[in-house]
Structures are given as C-alpha cells and as structure tokens.
Ligand binder design. Structure first.
Ligand code: DGL
Length: 277
C-alpha cells in the first residue's frame, strides 16, 4: 500500500458525498475514488442479503483502483456488513456509525439523543447499540425516514414539498425533548436546513461526516499512510451506476467544485465483483 494511493469511499448514491466533502476539507492532499450505486439506491428498504451483496460488489469495484483505505460512507451498509468487509479487505476500513455516535455523545448536554435513518439502520438498532455501549444511561429514540433518500437522490431537496415531507415525517420527534439528533444516513445532511427548521435550532444535528474524516486521519497516521505533499492537486474520481448528470449536479453543488463523473453500468460492476480483480 502506497501513501499516494487513493481513499475509496462508497455509498448507495450521492449521500457519501457528505463524507467525501469533509475528507477533502480535512485531508486536502488525499485523492478520492468514490462509487455511488445510484442505480440500486435506496438500500435502506432492501433485505440484509441484498445490502450485503451490493456492498461487497462496491467494495470489489473500488479496489480495482489502488486504494489504501476504504470508507463505507453508508450507514445502512455499515450497519449490516462493516465487520465482514473489514475481515475480507486488505486495506483499513471504517464506517460512519461509531464516529457519529461518538460525536453525538460529546454534543449531548442532557443525554437525550434521537436517531433518524433508513428502515434498515433503525431496524437493526445500529446506533442505539453503539450509543448504549459507550454511555449506558442515555435516552435514545430512533425513527426511520424512508421518504428522505428519494428526495435527495432525485435532486428535489430544494423543492417546496421537501419541507412538507420533512415536517410530516419527523413531527413526532418534536415532542421528545431531544437535545441532539443524529442524521444517521449520509444523505440527510443535504436536508439539514429543513430538518433544523422542523426540530428547532436548540437541537444539535450530528452528521457523521466530520468525525469519520477525523477517524480516517487517525487511521492513516496509525498506518503511516498520509499522502506526501506534492505540487500536483489530487485528482478525485467519481463513479456512479446511475445518471451522471444528476450525480454531477448534486456533487458539484455539495462539493463546491467541478467534478468528472463516470457512469458504470451494473454489468461493468458485477463482473468486477465476481472475478475478484
Ligand atoms: N446513504 C445511505 C445511508 O447512510 C443509504 C441510503 C439508502 O440507500 O437507503 O444509510
């Protein structure tokens, strides 16, 4: 593994860009290879078997590019297969759940933490498990928000009905007297302004992105893998199994710079997975 190799980042779609942005901000010398499986998004309402298979295919795909570390920037995938991917992958692997849980605990003043995420992330209790392991006396409440990911993936998160959908979905949480709300899906930071309007400015919103990038940095230090400073700007690569235009539009808006996006058909990804290259 070389220091100049890239960081692999995978997600079911554009959500992992919220993590990519933070990695680029905190680790500007690092180069990113990103894969978004937009064609099969959302993962959150799929079976555990499908999530496992699709995630393994994404992992195989990004490993076609020399990467030195892998970030599973998808709570749903991390909730289901993080340990398994760690065991099977030669490079260090991190997820987004532990970093998000830690950030929430340090932000929480009264120990009342809400978690919003996909159906799978909430159903398997991924955050609750980590939160209670780290601090057993917390009050936690989880809520699945299945309508949020399609809103983001379609680029409709600025549309007027987005506010109505967010309001209707998370209204029950308003009465929970939370002090902290974990955005337990990497797509949700794109809806953060709307979520904040509904839940109230006194509730701290936690996105795993910052803490995940910090953990990645620590991991690179541990393995002595931080990229060397060179005169060349890192060249990030973005791949999607879906529509490159929509991916580029959301990616450029979120990252704040122009990106090259390459579409990969599922046929190009799945053989890569099965032949293990
Ligand atoms: N962005 C993903 C997550 O963090 C998954 C969304 C989905 O595909 O349902 O859970």
């Amino acid at each position: 593994m070389g220091k100049q190799q890239a960081i692999g980042i995978i997600d079911s779609g554009v959500g992992g860009l919220t993590v990519a942005r933070e990695v680029i901000r905190q680790l500007p010398r690092e180069q990113i290879v990103y894969f978004g499986d937009n064609a099969r998004c959302p993962y959150g309402s799929r079976s555990v078997e499908e999530i496992r298979m699709f995630t393994n295919q994404m992992v195989q795909f990004v490993q076609c590019y020399p990467i030195k570390a892998l970030v599973i920037a998808c709570n749903t995938a991390a909730a289901v297969v993080l340990e398994e991917v760690r065991e099977q992958t030669a490079v260090p692997v991190i997820g987004v759940i532990e970093p998000g849980a830690r950030a929430a605990i340090s932000a929480s003043r009264m120990g009342r933490i809400g978690i919003i995420g996909t159906e799978t992330t909430i159903r398997v209790g991924a955050y609750q498990r980590v939160l209670h392991r780290l601090k057993p006396d917390l009050y936690t409440v989880g809520m699945a928000c299945p309508s949020f990911v399609p809103l983001v993936e379609s680029g409709m998160y600025h549309a007027p009905e987005a506010r109505r959908i967010v309001e209707e979905t998370i209204a029950p949480l308003v009465h929970e007297e939370l002090d902290t709300l974990i955005l337990g899906c990497t797509h949700y930071p794109l809806l953060a302004p709307l979520i904040e309007q509904v839940i109230g400015g006194e509730v701290t919103l936690i996105s795993s992105a910052e803490e995940t990038a910090r953990e990645l940095s620590a991991l690179l230090s541990l393995h002595d893998l931080h990229a060397e400073d060179t005169t060349e700007k890192p060249k990030h690569r973005f791949f999607t199994s879906g529509d490159e235009q929509i991916f580029r539009q959301i990616g450029e808006e979120w990252l704040g710079f122009a990106i090259d996006v390459e579409a990969k058909s599922l046929e190009e990804i799945v053989p890569a997975a099965s032949s293990n290259w």
